[in-house]
Structures are given as structure tokens and as C-alpha cells.
Design a protein around this ligand. Sequence first.
Ligand SMILES: C[S@@+](CC[C@H](N)C(=O)[O-])C[C@H]1O[C@@H](n2cnc3c(N)ncnc32)[C@H](O)[C@@H]1O
Length: 257
Amino acid sequence: MTFDVEPEVYDRFMGRYGDALGRALADEAGVGRGARALDVGAGTGKLTRVLAERLGEENVAAVDPSEPFVAALRSRFPAADVSPATAEELPFPDDSFDGVFAQLVVNFMRDPDRGVAEMRRVARHGGIVAGAVWDYRGRMTVLRTFWEAAAAIDERGAEARDERTRMRFGNPEEILELWQGTGLDVRGGEIVVSASYEDFDDLWDPFLAAVGPAGDFVVSLEPEAQEALREEYRQRLGAPEGPFELEARAWYAVGTK
Ligand SMILES: C[S@@+](CC[C@H](N)C(=O)[O-])C[C@H]1O[C@@H](n2cnc3c(N)ncnc32)[C@H](O)[C@@H]1O
């Protein structure tokens, strides 16, 4: 269970990119005051917070299948409507929301066509369905460099799990096709954000808690191989001594129902 982790661990791992990505995605979607929105696969609530600030917490609903994340969402957003659910089976009637979002989620869905079709179903006519996926093969530095380092120390094991090749929708064509496939009128593009780290260990420590496919891979290694991977990764990131920043690009799609 890739996302059965402490919310704080996720926040340190990918969450530090999520605030800026959430703001940019909400800007692209253009939902504002008076609207009701749903955050699908809300995780620890990075985009949920942006929506709550812009629309009012009581106008925001959030779902996620991970129990620890649902508990964190409930405590962080007490006035929001939070439920344990997957995108493939959204517990809402048709035409319920002005905006329906999935930030960094469609690539984790068991059935993405069905998930996005469900997102469209619960959006009202004229409403927005928006999503974003990391550019795993390109400018998503922290993950791309991790898998490059993993392939250098353990080619076969890394290949089986490598997000650069395994993750779908991490390119502009595929995410737009997914949206178009449900009959949405769609546009898309790129969002580039960055995150700062105090030092290399600030980046590395969350991997040891088995968060995401990369963390799962790290904890599957023997201690010696783990250390070799850590060093390979550090070198490939320029062996930073103190604070540093990394850039991440996501591809997004915004569809109108
Ligand atoms: C990379 S995290 C993104 C979390 C959050 N949206 C963010 O931007 O930080 C992926 C999330 O998708 C959730 N997830 C996995 N499968 C899902 C599904 N079928 N439907 C909805 N969410 C799912 C996971 O539990 C996890 O919280």
C-alpha cells in the first residue's frame, strides 16, 4: 500500500510540491467564490487547502482511499465533506460540483477511464474537470533522478518499478486523450513548480518510510544497496552540502462538461 503512510511523511516527500501545484491548477481551472468543488485522491490535502481558501471550507468535498489520509483530511478540514472513496466510485449524485479535481492521481487509479468518467458525472453541466500528472520522464527532477540512480545500481529491480516507464499520463498527449475520451471539451499545458530542501537528508529520509513507488523500492533493498543508491542519487543531484531547490513539471488537463 504505497499511500498507507503517515501524512507527515507524504508532506515531506511530495507534499512540498503540492501547494504551488494546487494553486496553479486551481488558477487554470478558474473556479472562484460561490463555487462547490471536489478534490479526488486528496491525499493530505494540498489542493484541498487551496480550494478551501478560495471557496470556503464548507464548499469543498474531498475523497481518498487511504485511511491515514482520510483521518488527516478530517482533522485538517473539519467543515469540509470528507469521505473514504475512490475516483471509480464517487459517493455523490450527478451534477453536484462546479469543479472536480484530481491532482497527481489519475496515474494511480485502477481504472482511469472510469475514474475520469465518474469525475465528469458528478460535475454540473458547464462545470470543470481538472487534473495533473508529473512529467515522470522529464522535468520532474526528484523522481526522474531517483530512478536514474536506481537503474545505475540495480537495473532489473529498478526497471520493474520505474515510474518513468510505468506511469501513464505523464505526457501532454496521453492526459488530454484521457479527458477527451469521456467527452469533455479539453485544454491543457504544463505547470512548473519548485520545492526547497534543507539538505540532502531532508530529501532522502522520507524515502526510508516506503512512501510512493520510489520509497517502496528503497525499502526493498538490502542496507548496502540502499546506501549505494543514496550515494548515487546524491551525486547525481550535484552532491548538495546545504539547502537546495528542485524543479518539477506537471502536465495538466482542464475539461468543461
Ligand atoms: C500522489 S498522491 C496525491 C495526493 C494529493 N492529491 C496531492 O496533490 O498531494 C496520490 C493519491 O491518490 C490516492 N489514490 C490512489 N488510488 C486512487 C483511486 N483509485 N481513486 C482516488 N484516489 C486514489 C492515494 O491514496 C493518494 O492519496
